[in-house]
Design a protein. Structure first.
Length: 313
């Protein structure tokens, strides 16, 4: 992982501010510069613009920060995954100290009370866990580029987000280009969680990182996860309080029939007004199309309790 962090701030239809920060110790008299070029999209012809990164004066801590203002930005959405190329250089005089190139998307995904919002509008996440798809065959074959691309194209066609444990950079890069939102399940001790969040925040496709061990991340600093929503994994049968760092509750249903409604109702009472994703594991592996339909049934099953922010099978 390089020492650059690329993120966006204010983002409207008129303009978006893209920032690059150098996160390592700053050499004496170093400068941070580069360009933002784009947009590019798998599903559209575009006329790319090339915009400079303008450096801020180094702060008292020696941090290097540059900004580019992108006029009329094209946002990353699953339907139209627009990306920009960010070329970055840190120089000391004429000497190149460090450089990098990133693919970067401006993804307008956020939260508003109990809802997810995409581009300012309420949006319901509908996702499929990778382990629910076609049994173990996908798990074995996902290592090959052709099988991975096929899986993601099927998710895109079904308009389904994909839930993956610790997705690697290959999956994240391809999903970013093809327009498949990823929900990343993150595991491990706190130090590893910080590193995982920083890596995942690089990719436009990763809209939500869900931490499976709330106790290990009780003091989570969200600074490494700019532009990335962070969720807490909760068992509906034994709901835990939502941690201060959690943007979203990821509630897992393990029981059946009327007990599901009972568990989920209790969990919602404990969680309060926060976006809640309901996850129910499928009884058997299915195709992506079948799993997507099962997600619609999940939504109908819990309709008596109201509308949730998302449904995952």
């Amino acid at each position: 992982m390089t020492n650059f962090s690329v993120f966006f701030g204010e983002a409207t239809d008129a303009q978006a501010r893209v920032y690059v920060e150098y996160t390592a110790d700053v050499p004496t008299d170093a400068t941070l510069s580069g360009t933002v070029t784009g947009p590019f999209c798998q599903y559209a012809r575009t006329l790319p613009a090339r915009l400079p990164l303008v450096a801020y004066p180094a702060d008292k801590a020696g941090t290097l920060l540059s900004q580019s203002v992108v006029p009329d930005p094209c946002f990353w959405t699953p339907e139209m995954p627009f990306l920009y190329t960010v070329d970055i250089e840190v120089r000391r005089g004429d000497e190149l100290h460090e450089s990098d190139q990133r693919q970067f998307g401006i993804r307008p995904l956020g939260v508003r009370v109990r809802d997810l919002v995409f581009g300012g509008r309420r949006w319901v996440l509908r996702g499929v866990d990778k382990h629910s798809i076609n049994g173990d065959s996908i798990s074995r074959d996902i290592r090959t580029a052709s099988s991975l691309e096929q899986l993601l194209r099927e998710c895109h066609a079904a308009r389904a987000a994909l839930v993956v444990v610790e997705p690697d950079d290959e999956i994240c890069e391809l999903a970013s280009r093809l327009g498949v939102l990823l929900v990343a399940l993150v595991e491990g001790p706190l130090g590893d969680v910080h590193n995982s969040l920083r890596r995942l925040a690089r990719w436009s496709a990763v809209g939500l990182a869900v931490l499976s061990d709330a106790s290990a991340a009780a003091t989570l600093d969200k600074r490494p996860a700019l532009n990335l929503l962070v969720g807490q994994r909760i068992a509906a049968a034994m709901p835990a309080p939502l941690a201060p760092w959690a943007d979203v509750a990821y509630v897992e249903i393990t029981r059946t029939d009327e007990l599901q409604l009972h568990d989920l109702r209790n969990a919602c009472d404990a969680l309060g007004n926060v976006p809640t994703l309901v996850c129910r594991r499928l009884p058997a592996a299915m195709s992506i199309t079948e799993a997507r339909a099962a997600g619609d049934r999940l939504q109908r099953d819990f309709a008596p309790l109201g509308d949730f922010a998302g449904y995952i099978v």
